[in-house]
Design a protein around this ligand. Structure first.
Ligand SMILES: NC(=O)c1ccc[n+]([C@@H]2O[C@H](COP(=O)([O-])OP(=O)(O)OC[C@H]3O[C@@H](n4cnc5c(N)ncnc54)[C@H](OP(=O)(O)O)[C@@H]3O)[C@@H](O)[C@H]2O)c1
Length: 218
């Protein structure tokens, strides 16, 4: 498939590189069509890797994976052509982390809403699926690196078909087993996974280890 990966940071590079390993073509989106990190991504990944603006990537991709700075995501969406967003699945991995008051960051939207809900409400023609935002990016694409994959990933979104698509083509393709994929419900349930970040950040701060994940034990 042709896939847009928005974001030139560690997450965009990790997700984009893995999707290419799986045989897909990926355009990495950025504010600049000549972004240096995106150029490195293209150099490293060969002919199936491309770079462009966020809008170029939206036009290219059959679906979009959002790996951008969460507080910038809405303005990035505004930069894309509306016709390139209509009906597309939007895999939202971002977190609304606000670093303006120092470390650890706070959440810019919280309690009564979430970034995923703001995206869905502002762009109703997108099919927003929030997932993978609760763990370090190395684990997202390689869950078996920890406890042989015995830990969990969450999904939130209003569109059942979009969630089924993401489960099959993203999560299972990355190695997540059915029993570790928790569909929490509609997009409002993203409040729960985005609000896990303050805990994630404290565990990271206390242990100095980012390669950990959460597991639901019943
Ligand atoms: N690091 C992890 O393991 C991890 C785990 C779970 C979730 N996340 C979430 O994944 C997302 C990506 O994280 P990251 O560390 O890879 O990258 P990041 O530094 O949070 O974001 C990089 C991307 O955001 C864009 N960006 C930043 N500020 C912007 C602004 N003011 N206006 C427009 N675009 C802007 C950059 O555009 P340019 O390309 O133009 O510079 C770049 O493409 C974040 O939301 C993060 O919370 C990260």
């Amino acid at each position: 498939m042709k896939i847009a990966v928005w974001g030139t940071g560690m997450v965009g590079d990790t997700i984009g590189s893995r999707l290419i390993e799986l045989g897909h073509e990926v355009m990495m989106g950025s504010r600049s069509a000549t972004n240096e990190k995106a150029a490195e991504f293209v150099k490293k990944n060969g002919s199936k890797a491309l770079q462009g603006t966020f809008a170029d990537a939206a036009a290219f991709g059959e679906y979009i994976v959002n790996c951008t700075h969460g507080v910038a995501t809405l303005s990035i969406l505004e930069s894309a052509q509306a016709t390139d967003l209509t009906g597309k699945v939007f895999v939202d991995i971002s977190n609304p982390l606000d670093f303006s008051k120092g470390m650890p960051p706070t959440l810019s939207v919280v309690n009564t809403s979430s970034l995923a809900e703001e995206i869905q409400a502002t762009f109703p023609d997108l099919k927003v699926v929030k997932t993978l935002n609760t763990m370090w990016c190395g684990l997202m694409v390689n869950p078996v690196m920890l406890a042989n994959g015995d830990h969990d990933v969450f999904l939130s979104g209003n569109d059942a078909d979009a969630k089924a698509f993401v489960t099959e083509h993203v999560l299972k393709a990355f190695g997540w087993a059915d029993e570790h994929i928790y569909d929490l419900g509609d997009v409002t349930t993203a409040r729960g996974t985005e609000m896990l970040l303050p805990l994630w950040l404290r565990v990271w701060g206390a242990t100095g280890v980012g390669a950990f994940n959460f597991k639901i034990v019943k």
